[in-house]
Design a protein around this ligand. Structure first.
Ligand code: ZN
Length: 421
């Protein structure tokens, strides 16, 4: 049942939330050959600024107090009746990967604002303040590590170190980009912890759709290990250099990508492994490469197994580079241990989702989220809604309006309950 009988019947406005998603999706829009519309809104680019401006304008329209902190996180606050109460927070991110979708992150922010607009419309006051956050640079597609803004927010990464992060595409300094787009704010970061945090997000995988379930009750987040590997050989003429004399770094790089996949399949369970970025230098058809730089992404819900996978790949990189007479260098880009959400928050989301008539399934998250950073400082949970064909980080990413609304209603009642507790 819903613990809040007075506001039992309140629902968010499905069409209004959908139109907000459509509106934000126009900023940085990219189009596919079959009519798909995705999003290219890399962190702290002009498109990110335009998206932020739109969201901040909506926040101001709602009469919310808006703060921007020193890492560019935007937080909107709706006051509660208890001025001393720690706020209940929701939120997510609006940066996307280069070929991203319109729902990843955007849904969590806009559904949070929809919750506040619905409370306003129904004249509901809450004891605790409610906040909606837009965290900087969640995707890690331009600045590493991922979830950077929320990590700094909870004190997990020093502000100065984060401001010095360099863009992978153009080498720009994060702090300079914040100033350039007008989002280097005056509010101190890290910030005091909220009372609780709950994030609505698309699943970004196939599980809910496969099982015909509307609401995923997220129990935690997989651990993530990102390593950049650079293998150096010797650049040579592709026609005149005999095969036995080559030191070709593409060969070990390719073997490593294949081994990562083989290992993940062999380990099974929650283990996944990906090589998603490869850069070959000088990248010419008739030149044996001088060097290859690529990223290895390993994830598991079990820290011990994740460490096993890391150790295996480290040994494999060494062996295969030696075999090809190449040298190598590795650099840790990000490393986060698996996160378990608070049991009482998981139970709350599950109970409320069920009381609203949804089918539910408990599941871990395969992707990293801002919620896992907030989980370090306050009770946290997440609500997942289905992704059509399990697609995300893809311009064809889609979640239907009914599923979006179902998730937002679970968010609404979860926040209402927390805000009066
Ligand atoms: Zn996301």
């Amino acid at each position: 049942m819903l613990a809040h009988p007075a506001h039992h019947d309140i629902r968010i406005d499905r069409d209004r939330l959908w139109s907000r998603l459509t509106e934000l999706g126009e900023i940085g829009a990219v189009h596919g050959p079959n009519g798909e519309q995705g999003c290219n809104r890399l962190a702290l680019t002009d498109a990110d600024r335009d998206g932020r401006d739109l969201v901040v304008a909506r926040m101001r329209d709602l009469g919310l107090t808006v703060t921007i902190d020193s890492i560019g996180n935007v937080v909107a606050t709706r006051a509660g009746t208890d001025s001393d109460g720690a706020p209940v927070m929701t939120g997510s991110h609006i940066d996307t990967v280069r070929t991203g979708g319109r729902f990843d992150g955007n849904l969590g922010v806009l559904a949070g604002l929809e919750v506040l607009e619905s409370l306003e419309q129904h004249g509901v006051t809450t004891r605790r303040p409610i906040q909606v956050a837009v965290f900087t640079g969640e995707e890690g597609a331009r600045f590493a590590p991922d979830m950077l803004g929320s990590l700094v927010y909870v004190g997990g990464l020093a502000l100065e170190e984060a401001l010095d992060a360099q863009a992978m595409d153009d080498g720009a300094r994060l702090g300079d980009e914040l100033v350039r787009i007008g989002y280097a704010g005056p509010t101190p970061c890290p910030a005091p912890p909220p009372f609780a945090f709950v994030e609505l997000h698309i699943e970004q995988g196939p599980v809910l759709e496969e099982h015909g379930i509307t609401i995923g009750v997220v129990t935690g987040v997989q651990g993530i290990s990102w390593t950049e590997v650079t293998i150096t050989g010797r650049s040579a003429h592709a026609g005149t250099t005999p095969m036995r004399m080559r030191r070709d770094p593409v060969v070990p790089a390719a073997k490593i990508a294949i081994e990562a996949r083989r290992l993940a399949i062999e380990m099974a369970g929650a283990q996944v492994a990906t090589v998603g970025r490869i850069e070959v230098f000088p990248n010419l058809i008739n030149v044996v490469a001088q060097s290859v730089t690529f990223d290895l992404d390993l994830r598991n819900t079990d820290e011990r197994l994740l460490q096993q996978a890391e150790a295996h790949m480290t040994a494999f990189v060494r062996t295969v580079c030696e075999q090809q007479d190449c040298s190598f260098d590795t650099r840790a880009l990000a490393r986060f241990e698996p996160v378990s959400f608070a049991a009482e928050m998981i139970e709350r989301v599950e109970r409320i989702a069920g009381a609203l008539g949804n089918s539910t399934l408990r599941m871990p998250s395969g992707a990293g989220h801002d919620a896992q950073m907030l989980a370090r400082v306050c009770p946290t949970s997440m609500i997942f809604v289905p992704s059509v064909n399990g697609l995300s980080h893809n311009i064809a990413e889609f979640t239907g309006p009914d599923d979006v609304a179902a998730g937002a209603n679970v968010l609404l009642h979860t926040m209402l309950e927390l805000a009066d507790s």
